[in-house]
Design a protein around this ligand. Structure first.
Ligand code: SF4
Length: 603
């Protein structure tokens, strides 16, 4: 146990790169600190130590992208001997009443919150409602309270774990939660009320922070399809039809569907508000003022249905409301930061938010904010996207990556648009040969499911584990467990779930093969991103394609080296890999992939 000052005890003497990271955090003057440090380098521990040293009488809010990543924070908190550490999870994970009312499993936080309030109120008024106690008085039963601990206790003693978390938040030192609690405005407002600590006394840490821009885009985006209109029709059937200005609700829904069909008939593209207005005017045979009045009436009807559903003990959700709001959004002029992408194959219009640069202005009010990840460079893109003007940033390099990771590429394959056809066969040939002549536990990441199915059909002499497109979490976990026990070749796609967050230390994974450069697929959406980046930063291609490929490559390589003891070889089957020499310093051209891999791993 090593003392680091102000009473903080580190479980071990920090490595040189951890000391460098800690010094950077302590010495950086800006409130916002951006730290890139490879997977397995101990950045969670370092950021907690920094925050604790800087946090006299204040709170640390540690945010991860997914619920499953919080375990890592608990592990480090345990090592540091911390007290009053609590996770804060939504009702979807902690509500006990969902066994009685399965509606509480579904829905967004706002819908769950409204239904929960109604169920509690009903119980208080002596009606049938949620019977779990919302007052919590057991205090800190353990130093670290994980969601499952509170769920088990709540089940045993009859209290609501969600409300118990809220009570403990006030007095917690470290709160571990997911991005939504700060990044979604609706939840943030409430979370800050419950935490009862002024913002200037809170240090926020965003883990795996490379996900923050996309997360912000995702929570501000929506998609609109004919399936929504069909569900709206079910509501008309159940709650009754209504007529406004001689037009019934059911007929209006027919006209909206017709407008979408006009839109889909012109194929995939970026839809302008004028195109959308034209399609709606054509199907309704009336002007935009009448259509917009009608949509407002539909919103009003939808609000009424939400209330009726609450009375029935259901989530306050209305598809008439949703159809009307999304129709309004299609026709609204909302500037270049928001695009409507027509996906005719899925019969869907994706309303995609592009510009998230003004979403994080509130961060300035916190004592300090740390963004940490193994892949944040180029920092310029990360800061531009999030509108961060003032920050200190540092990329920490670790000596073990230099010596323990070898990245090889071959000149025999080039999957660029013009050379793809002649190279594809060669790629499959090299892959089959490599896998059949080696026995290392290997992961193969294809750049698409189409390519993955061609790879799967090769003649392998080893056990293959294959990530299907719609594989469930449970099936994926079973497959990974079986791969760990039996060894073999694990196959997935670079945008799938194997390329990020997978933990296969040591001999569990020694070789990772990336079948091409993971540039985003050209699509109306990627084109829109490129145009937006060009307009805003004059870096369209670089931000929309090049920087994304660098990040995905680094994420995939991160699967190989999980700790200073791991050793691995990554193989990029594409000669264009040489463009990334600056981002991947230990990249070498190989003329014999099998020999170079064996030589390196047997050293
Ligand atoms: S009070 Fe708790 S258990 Fe009851 S409905 Fe709300 S979240 Fe669920």
């Amino acid at each position: 146990m090593i003392f680091l000052g102000t009473g903080i005890k580190s479980p071990y003497e920090l490595y040189r790169w951890q000391v460098e990271a800690l010094d950077f955090l302590k010495n950086s003057k800006s409130k916002i600190k951006i730290l890139e440090s490879p997977t397995g380098s101990g950045k969670t521990l370092v950021s907690l130590i920094y925050a604790l040293e800087d946090c006299d009488n204040c709170k640390i809010v540690f945010l991860t992208r997914t619920n499953s990543q919080v375990e890592n924070v608990f592990r480090e908190s345990r090592l540091l001997g911390l007290k009053k550490v609590i996770s804060f999870m939504g009702r979807g994970e902690t509500c006990l009443f969902k066994k009685v009312n399965p509606e509480m499993r579904e829905g967004d936080p706002e819908e769950q919150s409204r239904l929960c309030q109604r169920l509690v109120k009903d119980r208080m008024e002596g009606k049938e409602g949620c019977f779990y106690e919302t007052d919590y008085d057991m205090g800190w039963v353990a130093d670290i309270m994980r969601p499952q601990d509170l769920v088990n206790l709540g089940d045993q003693f009859g209290f609501c774990p969600y409300f118990a978390q809220r009570e403990l938040l006030k007095d917690a030192k470290v709160v571990v939660s997911t991005y939504s609690y700060l990044l979604s405005p609706y939840i943030r407002e409430r979370f800050m009320d419950w935490i009862e600590t002024p913002m200037e006394k809170i240090i926020v840490i965003f883990d795996e922070a490379h996900n923050v821009p996309e997360f912000l885009r995702m929570i501000n985006s929506a998609s609109f399809s004919v399936a929504d209109i069909n569900k709206a029709r079910d509501e008309v059937e159940k709650y009754g039809d209504k007529t406004f200005n001689n037009l019934s609700l059911s007929l209006s829904l027919n006209y909206i569907e017709e407008a979408l069909e006009y839109i889909f008939s012109d194929g995939p593209r970026i839809l302008t508000p004028d195109d959308a207005k034209e399609a709606f005017m054509k199907s309704f045979s009336s002007g935009t003022i009448e259509i917009s009045r009608l949509l407002e009436q539909m919103v009003y009807v939808g609000e009424g249905i939400k209330e009726m559903k609450l009375n029935e003990g259901k989530l306050p959700r209305s598809y008439i409301y949703r159809t009307a709001v999304l129709s309004q959004l299609l026709m609204e002029d909302s500037g270049a930061e928001f695009v409507r992408i027509v996906d005719d194959s899925e019969q869907r219009i994706n309303l995609r938010f592009l510009d998230v640069s003004n979403q994080l202005n509130f961060l300035k009010q916190f004592k300090s904010v740390l963004f940490i990840s193994g892949t944040l460079t180029p920092f310029e893109k990360f800061k531009d996207e999030l509108g961060i003007e003032e920050a200190n940033e540092r990329a920490i390099s670790v000596p073990y990556l230099e010596s323990n990771l070898r990245v090889l590429y071959t000149d025999e394959v080039n999957l660029s648009y013009y050379k793809r056809l002649e190279s594809e066969e060669k790629l499959l040939e090299i892959l089959e040969d490599f896998i059949n002549r080696t026995s290392y536990n290997t992961m193969v990441l294809a750049t698409s499911y189409e390519q993955l199915s061609k790879i799967r059909d090769l003649n392998f002499k080893r056990k293959i584990f294959f990530e299907r497109k719609n594989i469930t979490n449970l099936e994926l976990a079973d497959m990974i467990e079986s791969f760990k026990q039996n060894g073999g070749v694990l196959m997935g796609v670079i945008n799938g779930r194997l390329s990020e967050g997978l933990d296969l230390p040591g001999k569990f994974l020694e070789v990772a093969i990336i079948a091409g450069i993971p540039y985003p697929k050209p699509s109306p959406e990627t084109n829109a991103m490129e145009t937006y980046y060009d307009m805003k930063f004059k870096k369209g291609w670089y931000y929309a394609y090049e920087a994304v490929a660098i990040m995905k490559l680094k994420q995939a390589l991160g699967r190989l080296i999980r700790s200073p003891k791991d050793r691995g070889v990554a193989i990029i089957l594409d000669s264009r890999a040489k463009r990334f020499k600056k981002a991947l310093p230990n990249l070498y051209r190989s003329e014999n992939l099998v020999e170079d891999t064996v030589n390196f791993l047997n050293q």
